[in-house]
Design a protein around this ligand. Structure first.
Ligand code: ADP
Ligand code: MG
Length: 701
């Protein structure tokens, strides 16, 4: 494709929506709010569901739960004054009856339904006191004698558009119906997908089919989004999304990064001081980051590795060449507890090597904060560990060379980019190293992190003990208390984790408080600590330190300990109400044990009754310790939004594609995006404009 080839094509992409008959300024304003500016935009408002109004269902065949189109003759219309006043209209045909129920009605509405009038209705059937009924159905008055069922119904399945304020489905359907014939114009849309990706479907045909599927369309296929017309569009959407990611990547590389060749003295001394040697997987990943750092293209690398795989030490080693060359390194963690832990670890590694390690969290205020900010600005502070406080406006670096971001899934993409922009202030694009212990299925990674290169630490350090996982009903709590007593008597420690009841840290904290009190009563002889997000950081940190030092035997905690916390002597973890969490999150939590040389245990203490699905999920966890396998199952069971968290999927707001269903399309879409990236930008531009028109769907750096 060339510039010339594109010229003249794509009329609907140029034509303002106002040019569509019936669209005045008021309607155009509403449409703009939906991101619809051109006629093309309207055609790319894609239905995700359909109603079947192509067939009339005889009243006698209506069953609860179905959405149906039906016709009948009014027998009676009356206002019933039961518990809730309602207008009831009784319809009959030769096969049975149907009641229409209206809770909101005008006083004289009853007169619109005189006995003998014939109505066509569409709605969801439910079982009412008088047999099948529909509540507030759509209604059409029919004239004349009963039509033959075939002739009466719609020709096409009825599309349901994404809900939009101030516009009815009917209105949208009318507009789209008016726009569809415009597809017949020559060159209405730019349609240049290579034939191997279209399944023989032109763009125009695919759009016609999804907006107005002929009655003969395979309903199940269409309902599942598996119709070839839908696949054709989904592929193009995934392609556009990949192009967007590649552009984001390109933008982040538009400024040079410092070249950090490695082989430096600091790296050598660091390795020498380390009490263990790197695993082959760590060595390989370190080499991958080393190659990136040595170049002037900013590194954009994601390190994935199961909990306990040893990502932190790799990150610390990656920091060495930057520090040696006189650049600053920032390490950002999503929670204060985790950031605190990183600070301790980085300080214990680097301070003996004369590198100054600083700390910045939201709670740091006053003089201490001012001093730290001054040290960052002057470059005195070489390595800074902190929370998202690191990208506040008041923070300025002198020479930020590398940004390390841990547990990326807790941050949004914007936050990661914000930190890298901080570096730009000093004239360089910092290298970025991102770590995650939430194993992301490959296909999903391609979408969520498609702008990053990926390294995987795929084996654990030697000597790790497998964690034996037990699934136990809450009724067995007393046995568990006995078990804890024995466990502590053998010199080991215990986590007791209370999970989220609602999306509220406060309520979770209360649950932990209650569990803590109960455990102290049941085990008065033991030292039992409590940490949760509502406590003062100093209190939290002090309790963590007590536990780490072995002065507390049991730590009751909320999921704040999910990430990063590292106490090898803690070898038993009880998770209360595990049915509330995602599998990957449970796997993360469980990874807090099994870190020492002793056998470790995880008890999933569930509330009864547990659904079949709930049981299946816990069994997956019991039977596997492979974070990737667990994540794949989690993805199947819960879908990408849940697995990645909303923060990550916020910018994957697909119109027709579905990451799970369309997995097979991702790799080819990626490959084609890479090929298009090497062509003149106009080629990608039309796809981006078409699919990513809504600016808020995308985060540009
Ligand atoms: P994660 O990948 O979950 O962040 P960490 O970096 O916290 O894992 O490492 C977990 C534990 O394993 C830490 O105590 C760390 O010091 C230790 N560790 C890391 N690499 C090795 C290794 N090669 N050999 C032995 N222990 C290691
Ligand atoms: Mg970690």
């Amino acid at each position: 494709m060339t510039r010339q080839a594109l010229a003249g094509a794509g009329r609907l992409q140029e034509q303002p929506i106002r040019m569509l008959r019936g669209v005045g300024p008021a309607l155009a304003d509403k449409l703009v709010r939906l991101g619809i500016v051109t006629i093309q935009d309207l055609l790319f408002l894609l239905p995700r569901q359909y109603e079947d109004r192509t067939r009339l269902t005889p009243l006698g065949a209506l069953t609860p739960g179905m959405s149906a189109l039906a016709e009948g003759e009014v027998k009676l219309a009356d206002i019933a004054s039961g518990r809730r006043r309602a207008l009831l209209v009784r319809l009959r045909d030769g096969t049975g009856g149907l009641t229409l129920r209206f809770y909101h009605f005008r006083q004289n509405q009853k007169d619109s339904y005189p006995p003998g009038a014939r109505l066509r209705v569409f709605g969801e059937v439910r079982m009412g006191p008088l047999g099948p009924e529909m509540i507030h159905p759509e209604i059409e008055h029919l004239e004349g004698p009963a039509a033959l069922p075939e002739a009466a119904a719609d020709d096409c399945l009825t599309p349901i558009y994404p809900l939009v304020e101030g516009l009815t489905q009917r209105r949208l359907r009318e507009l789209v119906a008016r726009a569809l014939p415009l597809l017949d114009q020559p060159d209405a849309l730019i349609d240049r997908l290579p034939p191997q990706h279209t399944g023989g479907w032109s763009l125009a045909n695919a759009l016609r089919t999804v907006h107005a599927p002929p009655a003969s369309t395979d309903r199940r296929q269409l309902g599942n989004g598996e119709h070839p017309a839908q696949r054709r569009l989904a592929f193009e959407e995934l392609l556009a999304h990949q192009l967007g990611l590649l552009r984001r990547r390109q933008r982040q590389r538009s400024h040079p990064a410092p070249e950090l060749p490695g082989g430096d003295e600091l790296s050598r001394r660091f390795l020498q001081a380390l009490p263990f040697s790197l695993t082959p997987a760590q060595t390989r990943v370190l080499a991958e980051t080393g190659r990136d750092l040595a170049g002037s293209e900013p590194m954009l690398r994601l390190i994935q590795g199961d909990v306990g795989a040893g990502k932190t030490v790799v990150a610390a080693l990656a920091a060495c060449p930057a520090l040696s060359a006189g650049y600053q390194v920032a390490v950002m963690a999503p929670t204060e507890i985790l950031a605190e832990q990183h600070r301790e670890r980085f300080a214990s590694w680097f301070e003996p090597l004369d590198i100054k390690v600083g700390w910045l969290a939201g709670k740091l205020t006053g003089k201490a904060r001012e001093r730290l900010l001054a040290e960052l600005a002057s470059g005195d502070c070489q390595l800074i560990v902190g929370t998202h406080a690191l990208f506040q406006d008041s923070v300025h670096f002198r020479r930020l060379g590398l940004a390390i971001i841990d547990e990326q899934h807790r941050f949004g993409v914007e936050q990661r980019l914000a930190l890298s922009r901080k570096g730009l202030e000093s004239g360089w694009q910092p290298h970025q190293l991102i770590m995650t212990a939430t194993p992301i299925p490959r296909t999903l990674a391609m979408s969520a992190y498609g702008d990053l290169d990926t390294s995987i630490i795929d084996s654990l350090p030697p000597g790790r003990q497998p964690i034996q996982t037990v699934v136990l009903p809450a009724g067995r709590r007393d046995d568990l208390i006995t078990r804890i007593r024995h466990h502590v008597a053998s010199g080991q420690q215990v986590y007791w984790v209370c999970t989220l009841i609602e999306e509220s840290e406060q309520i979770e904290a209360q649950a932990a408080q209650v569990a803590w009190e109960q455990l102290r009563e049941a085990l008065p002889e033991l030292g039992i600590g409590l940490v949760h997000g509502q406590l003062k950081p100093a209190v939290k940190a002090a309790t963590m330190a007590e536990f780490a030092a072995g002065r507390l035997s049991v730590l009751v905690a909320t999921t704040v300990i999910e990430v990063g916390v590292d106490v090898p002597n803690a070898t038993l973890m009880v998770i209360e109400n595990p049915e509330r969490l995602g599998l990957s999150q449970l796997h993360q939590l469980r990874g807090r044990v099994g870190r020492g040389s002793q056998a470790s245990y995880c008890v999933l203490l569930y509330q009864t009754p547990l659904s079949a699905l709930g049981r299946e999920r816990l069994q997956i966890l019991r039977d596997s310790q492979d974070g990737f396998a667990i994540a794949e199952r989690d993805l199947e069971l819960r879908g990408p939004g849940e697995v990645l968290g909303t923060r990550q999927t916020g910018d994957i707001n697909f119109r027709i594609a579905d990451l799970l269903r369309d997995q097979a399309l991702l790799a080819p879409a990626r490959a084609l995006a890479e090929a298009l990236q090497r062509q003149p930008p106009e080629v990608a531009d039309y796809l981006l404009q078409r699919w990513l028109a809504r600016a808020d769907e995308y985060v540009w750096a």
